[in-house]
Write a protein that binds this ligand. Structure first.
Ligand code: ADP
Length: 304
């Protein structure tokens, strides 16, 4: 449904996309996970035919993004990260506007948006600017769906939205996927990776890896532990000095530490920290999550 081959885009000297390759079959929910500046929005704009790549090839539903961009625009729904709604228009007016642009009506495609729209209906005469983040997000999704697209591009739809609305949003995507829609969604939240069939971890304009979330986690090689203690920042700096430790980064109320299990054990790490005077040390082995995989694949990042 979506094919990208060698897609490259520069803004002046900034390489926003550096040779992106991927292919997404029909009905897949594919996630692009990466921090701010990774290149997610640029990639969406190229796929949605709003921006021309400097090099490479893109096709959506078999249509070429350069020669057949008009055909692509008719079969995709695009929910940009910001500014997709007209803030001065009401809920109903926003929907009618997007329906008219695509030469259709709200009624004609009501079936597809019904489950989402019923939650918005009590506010249908309210201006978009006066809606909560979660409601804005639902309206933006309805607007992107109003012409029954075959492919849905959602650029950071859950950024800045409360956790309950985030969960509800992913539930809605599951329903759409169940109806056969192909969905490409980006997010900076690593905990949302598990909701996707496959993900690409993206950084500095490149895909670091592409696979199902479970296979990415299974491929994680080093040993991993969580370390906490009384003086967290000095502990972080001291851990980075210990031979056999690969990477170490703050994660909630502990540090995640990847290390060479053939050279070090949990007891060695505890003994090292206590030996140089740290108090309250707790070290426990943990399974890797997507964030750990991301850090291991980004050798240039030394956090904090
Ligand atoms: P993301 O969506 O992952 O935050 P973007 O695609 O917005 O990433 O940005 C990728 C890189 O390109 C960043 O370094 C960003 O500063 C740069 N960039 C994005 N848009 C522009 C632009 N219009 N002009 C110059 N640089 C840009």
């Amino acid at each position: 449904m979506i094919e990208a081959c060698g897609v490259t885009k520069k803004y002046g000297k900034t390489a926003a996309l550096s040779g992106i390759d991927f292919s997404i079959p029909e009905g897949e929910l594919f996630g692009i996970i990466g921090p701010d500046g990774a290149g997610k929005t640029t990639l969406f704009r190229v796929l949605a035919t709003l921006l021309l790549a400097d090099a490479g090839r893109v096709s959506v539903c078999g249509f070429d993004a350069v020669r057949e961009y008009r055909k692509i625009r008719n079969v995709i729904g695009y929910m940009p990260g910001r500014f997709s709604l007209y803030q001065d228009l009401t809920v109903e007016e926003n929907l009618s506007f997007f329906a008219t642009v695509f030469n259709t009506t709200i009624e004609a495609n009501y079936g597809l948006i019904r489950d989402i729209y019923v939650q918005l209906e009590p506010f249908r005469r309210r201006r978009a600017s006066a809606l909560s983040g979660g409601m804005k997000q639902k309206l933006a999704l309805c607007c992107a769906l109003i012409h029954k697209p075959r492919v849905l591009f959602l650029d950071e739809p859950t950024t800045g939205v409360d956790p309950v609305s985030r969960t509800e949003f992913w539930n809605m995507l599951d329903v759409l996927k169940g109806q056969g829609m192909t969905i490409l969604v980006s997010t900076p939240y690593m905990d949302e990776a598990g909701r996707c069939d496959r993900i690409a971890l993206m950084r500095n304009g490149r895909f670091l890896t592409t696979d199902s979330p479970s296979r990415i986690v299974e491929r994680y090689e080093p040993s991993l532990c969580a370390v906490s203690g009384d003086a967290m920042f000095p502990i972080l700096k001291d851990l980075r000095k210990l031979e056999g430790i690969h990477r170490c980064f703050p994660f909630g109320d502990s540090h995640h530490v990847s290390y060479d299990g053939s050279r070090l054990g949990l007891g060695d790490i505890t003994a090292y920290l206590e030996g140089i005077g740290h108090a309250g040390i707790a070290v426990r082995g943990i399974p890797a999550g997507i964030e750990d995989c991301f850090m291991e694949l980004s050798p240039e990042v030394e956090s904090v």
